[in-house]
Design a protein around this ligand. Sequence first.
Ligand code: ADP
Length: 623
Amino acid sequence: MKKREFKSESKRLLDLMINSIYTNKDIFLRELISNASDAIDKLYYKSLTDKDIKLSKEDFEININFDKDLRTITISDNGCGMSESDLENNLGTIAKSGSLAFKQMNEVKDKDIDIIGQFGVGFYSAFMVADEITVISKAYDSTDAYRWNSKGLEGYTLEKCDKTNIGTDIILHIKDNTEDDNYDDYLTEFKLKDLIKKYSDYIRYPIKMEVTHHNKSKDSDEYEDVKEIETINSMIPIWKKNKDEITDEEYNHYYTDTYYDYEKPLKVITTSVEGAVSYKGLLFIPSHAPYDFYTKEYEKGLSLYSKGVLIMDKCSDLLPDYFNFIKGVVDTEDLSLNISREMLQKTKALNVIAKNIENKIIKEFKDMLENDRETYIKMFKVFGTNIKFGIYNNYGIDKEKLQDLIMFNSSKTKDLITLKEYVNNMKEDQKDIYYASGESIEKIDTLPQIEQVKDKDYEILYLTDYVDEFTLNALVQYEGKNFKNVSAADLDLDDDQKEIEKINSDNKDLLTIMKETIQVSDVRFTNKLKSHPVCLTSKGNVSVEMEKVINSMPGDETINAELVLEINENHPISDKLKDLFKKDKEELKKYTKVLYSEARLIEGLSIDNPTEISNLICELISK
Ligand code: ADP
């Protein structure tokens, strides 16, 4: 019999499992039972089309046995089983789901072990409680059975053996007790029953175990032990149970187990609809982005069940892209079990359900905003960008349904507010919705052009997310109010512009020289800056912030905002410029360059010629 090596990556994970300081060792049973259930699922699907498989749904079961003296727990299923190469490939390498998470962590530190334990490391988790594992399996399409055995790191053996039935037996040899861990516990009826009920209650196949009842004997007052095989799990999927009978803890457990999350969900949404299309839905809002959320591997979707049988694991048509972070299940009576993916997309029932689910989510979000704002804000901080993206994606087709779900930081409350709240708080003389964009609230607050709006006591929305300005652009208006960027060149809060217009036309030639020196769209004097000497604004549809976002995207496309350099008419620098125009035009150009660089730096833009500018500054201050 040949000893075989584990693949190196598997070895590392195995090592972690064997020497695990991971506290929740209990999950091993859940992992093995869920593998057994998956294997039964596979054979069940096959049986629907393959006449040679003479098993009906009622025949499938999972059995748990234990032997205190031999220190073994056996988990048996009559699922699809594994062939020789399956055993080699599946149990010699760490499973896909586990390895994906594992690869995310370059260097596994002690604190990460808790996290690993939650990623469904699957079969290997059994090494947390067992020092030897034997797998005896016969695949449904094979006449031979095989025995896989491993005592851990040093490798495993694989040989032919006898087994009559199709399916898999997993035999765990339980570790001896240590100072810290009582492994004997697992060799008790009480503990095993408890673990099955706690973690695997909703498994759709019966999990059977021999249990002992202390019954009063018929003939005497003595008690006697009666052993009986019993189904331990209720087999009712959690979404089919009556909502009032389920505790928050059960929902949380279901969520963390099913989606391999280590944190409970922020919110659980249940829905049950009877009508032309009937279905039950159970949705979860995660409390943080899934570990692969920002990778190509992430797939949105809800699990789709028909009459309690899984038809599709991630049915993406059930969720719009902007709600792609939501997890959950839909179970309907109105789809046939053998429906193909292609047919499914065209099914009216599915579209109706998807629409309803979307409306339900929006309604729940609005409810949360009103009644549980704190949780909503937590959700929005993690997933708000997606919702905002939904507003400008697809040419803004969904903007109306989503516009009341988005929030921005307010200059007044210093907290997130909705557009509705903004409009409700608008001053009587205020016509527009004001916003300012920048990297952070602190940076925006230093923008010179902010002062005048604050002086009017108008609220300003701080746009700090790269999608924000695109979102407002897509909305165009909210409740008939226009959005106004405080950095827009045409922002005129003072009704009387005549005076400043006159100053600008009187100094036309001066401004032309300045404009030609720095090549911007315009240079002008302004009365809107209070204490700051200069600021940069933009004309047209592209703001400075949008220019930054678009130019930082991959691709060759670049875009330039039409910049306007504005000079504070009330600042001494204005007189200086006018004076230089009369006396020394070359000096005027130097001043212009320095002022323009100042304005760019304030906006967070880079300067093309830093050496020239720093020399200029030195020259000017040395005079
Ligand atoms: P995962 O379940 O995440 O894929 P595991 O390490 O638990 O990872 O299992 C690896 C693979 O071994 C499974 O994907 C499955 O193909 C196979 N397997 C595990 N247990 C069984 C079983 N009881 N019956 C048939 N195949 C199994």
